[in-house]
Ligand binder design. Sequence first.
Ligand code: CUA
Length: 155
Amino acid sequence: MQIHRYERWWLIFGLAMLVFFLALIGFAAFADNINPPTGMQQVDPTKVSETPPFDKPGLRKLADGSYEAYYVAEVFEFIPRELTIPVGSKVTFYVTSADVVHGFFIPDTTINMMAIPGWVNQETHTFTRPGEYLLICHEYCGIDHQDMFGKIEVR
Ligand code: CUA
C-alpha cells in the first residue's frame, strides 16, 4: 500500500499527539492524584432534609486531623453556609442537591465537583494553608446563581 509522504507525517503527528495527551492524563491521575469524583451513593432528592447524615449537614470529626463534611446544595445556598476547619486537616466532602444540579468548587484546592439531585458526590482535600476559602456554585442553576456561595475558614 502506498501512503503519501505528507499523509504519513500527519499520521505520525496525530499518533504522537494521542500518546502525549494520554500520558498527560495518566500523569495527572497517578502522580498528581487528580481524579473525577467517584461517589456512587444515592439519596432521594425529595427527602434530603430527613435523610441522615444530610438531615444534619456540617463537619464530623473522625479522628485527630480527619473530618467528614456533609453539604446540601439547594437554590440558592449551601448548607452549611460557613465551616471552620483546623489547619492541616484532611476533609472528605459529601455533597448532594435537594433540587437542581449545582456546582461545588473550592478554588485553590482539588475540590471541584457537581451536586446532583439523587446522588452523593465525594472528594477529599487536606487543608495545609490557613485562610479563608470560598465555596462557589459554578453551574448555572437559576436566577440567583451568582449569589450561591459559602465560606470555609481554615485556622
Ligand atoms: Cu447553584 Cu449555581
